[in-house]
Structures are given as C-alpha cells and as structure tokens.
Design a protein around this ligand. Sequence first.
Ligand SMILES: Cc1cc2nc3c(=O)[nH]c(=O)nc-3n(C[C@H](O)[C@H](O)[C@H](O)COP(=O)(O)OP(=O)(O)OC[C@H]3O[C@@H](n4cnc5c(N)ncnc54)[C@H](O)[C@@H]3O)c2cc1C
Length: 341
Amino acid sequence: MTTTNGHGDTQKIENVIVVGSGPAGFTAGLYAARANLSPLLITGNEYGGQVSITYDIENYPGFPESLSGPELVEKFKAQAEKFGTRVEFDYVTELVLDRHPFLVRTESGAEYQTRALILCTGARPRYLEVPGEKEFTGKGVSYCATCDGFFFRGKDVIVVGGGDSAAEEALFLTRYASRVRILHRRDKFRASKILQDRVFANAKIEVIWNTVVTEIFGENGTVTGVKTRNTVTGEAGELKTDGVFIFIGHIPNNDLFHGKLDLDEDGYLITDRKMRTNVPGVFAAGEIQDKVFKQVATSVGQGCAAAMSATRFLEELEAGHAIDLRTDPREFMTPRAAVMA
Ligand SMILES: Cc1cc2nc3c(=O)[nH]c(=O)nc-3n(C[C@H](O)[C@H](O)[C@H](O)COP(=O)(O)OP(=O)(O)OC[C@H]3O[C@@H](n4cnc5c(N)ncnc54)[C@H](O)[C@@H]3O)c2cc1C
C-alpha cells in the first residue's frame, strides 16, 4: 500500500516495523515474516542487543554445546531474513502514535509509515564505570547470576549492590559459589525485609558495608580481585575474588515512549499477556516490558507472542475494523481492534 505525505511524496505503508535487534526483535521479525507481512526491522545502535556482548550462552535451548553471543545473533538474523525480514541498520529517533498509520523517524533521516509496531528496545544494566569493568565483562564480571552463576561452582564471588536484585542474585549464587560477599556502599540494604532476612541467615554470605569498588583487576584475561574504598573512612583496600556480579540497577531503553505509551514506575512499557501496549497496533516484547525474567529464552517467547498478536491485529484491520486510538486494547480479553465508537 502507498500513500502521499505532506510534501506530495509517495510513501509505502509498512505492515509492521520491529524496533530493536535483540532476541525479542529478531524473533518478532521471524514470526511476522512467516506470516507474510514482510516486516522491516530497525536494529538500533547495539546490533544484536545484549546478546552481542555475551561471551558464552549455555542456557538457550537447542544448543547443548553452547555458543557465543555474536554467533547466536547471526543465527537469529539469518533465520529472520530467510523468510523476508528486511533489516535496516538505523536508530529510531521518534514515533508518532496519535495517528494511524503510525510514523517512525530515524537518525538517518528516513520516515516510515506503518500499520503496526513491535517495540523491542530492551534494557541495559547500570554499569559501575570503574577501570577493568569493560575489559573483564564475560571474563569474571557479570550482570546476570542466572546466566553465569554456573561458571562459578566452588569459587569465590563478590556481589555489588544493596537492592532486591543484589539480594536475590546473591542468594541464587550461593547454589554454586563457595563464598558470596556483598559489597554495599551504605550501612543498610534497600532490599525488602524478607530478602534481607534470608541474606543474613545464609552462612555462605558475608556483607561488607560502606564499601565501593574502585577497580576490577585480573590476570591472564580473568578476574582475580577488586580494589575498594570505604565510603566513611576513605580507606582503600583490596579483595581477592574469582567473579564480580554487578546489580546496581537496570535501565529500560524507553526514551522514545515518554508521554506516548504507558510506562510503569520503573520506566518499563506496560503490556498485557498478548504483548499489547495501551495503543492499539503497538506491541512490545523483551526486556523493555519485562523486568522480572530478563533472559534470551523469555525475550524470544515474548517476541513470538507480540508478532502473533500484531498479525491478528492486522487481520482485524484488513477485515475493515476501524481503530480508535483512544481505546486501550488491554481492556479486552480477546485479540481485537477497538471498533470506532
Ligand atoms: C553481559 C550479559 C550476559 C548475558 N547472558 C545471558 C545468558 O547467558 N543467557 C540469557 O538467557 N540471557 C543473558 N543475558 C540477558 C539477555 O541478553 C537479555 O535478556 C536479552 O538480550 C533481552 O533481549 P531484548 O530483545 O529484549 O533486548 P536487548 O538484547 O536489550 O536488545 C535491545 C535492542 O533494541 C535496540 N534499540 C534500543 N533503542 C533503539 C532505538 N531507539 N531504535 C532502534 N533500536 C533500538 C538495541 O540496538 C538492541 O538491538 C545477558 C545479558 C548481559 C548484559
């Protein structure tokens, strides 16, 4: 389908644009492509998403030998392209959602119209930003205990942080590590009382208060310790360890959505079980709407669900239902486009 824009140019109207090239985005592309929708996928600046900075993935089903993050990204891309996903290396700078078809503007100056959108812009861990952190990411520095805990069987690890994530992940790490030391910059935790009780009751966990990491160092490409500073006395110190798990927050990539889509108190997109946002025709998948599971496998599943919902939405549209952009589709229990009142 084509239309004419304000400048008299003829513009193609896309069926569906997927924003983001992480596991959720490529899976949404794959499913939309196999539904014959010829989706356009805009990669963003982090091609492959967080997976591309993952050293080794051992917990994605179907790959018992494990594989590197970049290898998995190439497989995701190849499979999505095989069925007709068009991959564009660009960055979305603006979404216009109060009209239909929606408008998508990008850094390169392109403007697209699309009848459906699948937002998979993901999230990023908050970094400590100390020397050695980048260098040793995947080589002893981790942001995900579920992903990497297994590599630290019988080893010593340090957890940095004082909130719920730090407490939960420290507890999880005690399944593998021989000792877990939590370094927290204050003298009390922000974590919920129940998690704190579990942390204090766990014989494998030791808490070091009022302490920040100032450097991560290692030998032969793996972490061997951290340099520290006491936030009260200013005293510098050093701790030997095999791994540093950093849980000082997770930041959803939501710049595009403020004032346009419903976000929760932590800035994540709010979706229902069918991956619908509050605007009909706009779906979201992966870590931009999931702050709980944060895995490749869960992001892939959500990308699949979002594309299936988008396909149903387009079928409804094709069947002649008008769309009322004021109606929150999450109010309905069955997939449907809101019929214009
Ligand atoms: C170091 C590390 C190791 C990990 N290890 C594992 C592991 O072993 N197993 C596991 O299951 N999980 C692991 N994870 C978690 C896993 O990588 C994430 O859960 C998963 O990548 C989330 O997928 P996503 O598609 O939602 O988003 P992301 O992977 O975050 O991808 C987001 C995408 O959106 C794009 N984007 C953002 N803004 C824009 C924009 N404005 N325009 C266009 N595109 C945009 C980005 O470029 C990126 O491509 C790890 C994470 C990290 C950081």
